[in-house]
Each structure stands twice: as C-alpha cells, then as structure tokens.
Design a protein around this ligand. Structure first.
Ligand code: IMP
Ligand code: MG
Length: 188
C-alpha cells in the first residue's frame, strides 16, 4: 500500500509544469517539425503526456509512439539487462525521434533504446528525461533535454513507482520509510 502522506515533495506540480514548457521550447528549436515522440513506458507516461501538450503549445505537431522497456533491477540497482515488452509500431527510418523517459540513471535503458532506433535507420535520436541523476552512469549517454538534476535518492510520483505504487502522484517526491526499507522494488 502506498501512503502519499509519507512522500516528501522534491519537485512540485508548478515547477514541473514550468519546466515542461521550457523544455518544449528547446525541443521545438532543435528538432524537425515531423518529430516522432517515443515515450518509454511505464515510468514516462505522465511526463510524456504533459510534455507533448507543451510541444503542442510551442507549435509542434509530433506523432506519438510507445515502447515498453524493462530494465531488471536487483533492489534499486539496475542489472544491465533490458527487455522489450512492447515495441514501437511506426517506422523510424529517416526521422527525428525524441525518446522520452522519466529518469536517467545508469543510462542502460536509454542507450539500448537509442541504439535500437538508430539501427532501424532513424535520422537523429534525441533524449528527453525529466530527471537526471549525476554520477550514476554505467554507460555513456548524453541527454539532450533534462528537466531537473535529481539527488541520489529513490524518487516516486509523476509516473514513477516503487513496487507499482505512487505513480499517480502529480509531483516527484521521496518516500519517508522511517527506519524500514521496502524489500521489493518493481516497475520499469
Ligand atoms: P537506467 O537504465 O539505470 O538509466 O534506469 C533508468 C530507469 O530506472 C528509469 O527509467 C526508471 O524506470 C528506473 N529508475 C531509476 N531510478 C529511479 C528512481 O529513483 N525512482 C523510480 N524509478 C527509477
Ligand atoms: Mg523507466
């Protein structure tokens, strides 16, 4: 069971909304008009939904696709194995693609997705993440658009989960466990 009252807010709704508008302006300036947005499920669903509406307000008319990737984790540590649970349907050949993900940590998920789309002939693959955890990278990947730098804590909300809980929160926060850590971390 999740208890929203035990979540300490890190980035509130207003701050996220403002940042989404700024990121959308930067994305429109950088990418082709016929952009294909590929949201990486599940964690990015809320961010992607807000970001594509910000893109609309910024004058872009992207197409939207989804890929469901799972990076298996032992506890809160990424194992490096990424599986495709659901693939994109559109051809990406010759197109500008914007991968949208919730958080960039080891980088394994986004490197996997970027390599996959480049191998399929995408013209350019850009990466937009809501959060970046510095100093956690296991593989080299530079995000093109970053919402916020995230402290090295396990965050939830705004689409992100711990053991399938807290995705519904409209803000990003940290669960206050007291002295008890949950033993099972699920989700992608
Ligand atoms: P990476 O492949 O290690 O970069 O893992 C990134 C993925 O791990 C993200 O897309 C999230 O799904 C998940 N993740 C990493 N850190 C957190 C966190 O603090 N809270 C929730 N999910 C996280
Ligand atoms: Mg994810």
């Amino acid at each position: 069971m999740s208890d929203p009252l035990r979540v300490r807010i890190l980035f509130d709704e207003a701050a996220i909304a403002r940042r989404n508008e700024e990121m959308a302006q930067a994305i429109v300036r950088t990418t082709a008009p016929d952009l294909l947005v590929v949201a990486v499920l599940k964690g990015s669903f809320m961010f992607a939904a807000d970001l594509i509406r910000s893109l609309h307000r910024a004058g872009q008319a992207p197409q939207v696709e989804f890929v469901h990737l799972s990076s298996y984790r032992a506890g809160t540590v990424s194992s490096g194995n990424v599986a495709i649970l659901r693939d994109v349907e559109s051809s990406v050949e010759g197109r500008d693609v914007l991968l949208v993900d919730d958080i960039l940590e080891s980088g394994r998920t986004l490197v996997f997705a970027k390599d996959l789309l480049m191998a399929r002939g995408a013209r350019r693959v850009f990466v937009a993440v809501l959060l970046e955890k510095a100093g956690k990278r296991a593989v080299e990947v530079q995000p093109d658009f970053v919402g916020f730098q995230c402290p090295d804590v396990f965050v939830v909300g705004y689409g992100m989960d711990v053991a399938h809980n807290y995705r519904q929160l409209p803000f990003v926060g940290v669960v206050d466990h007291g002295d008890k850590e949950p033993d099972l971390f699920g989700g992608t």
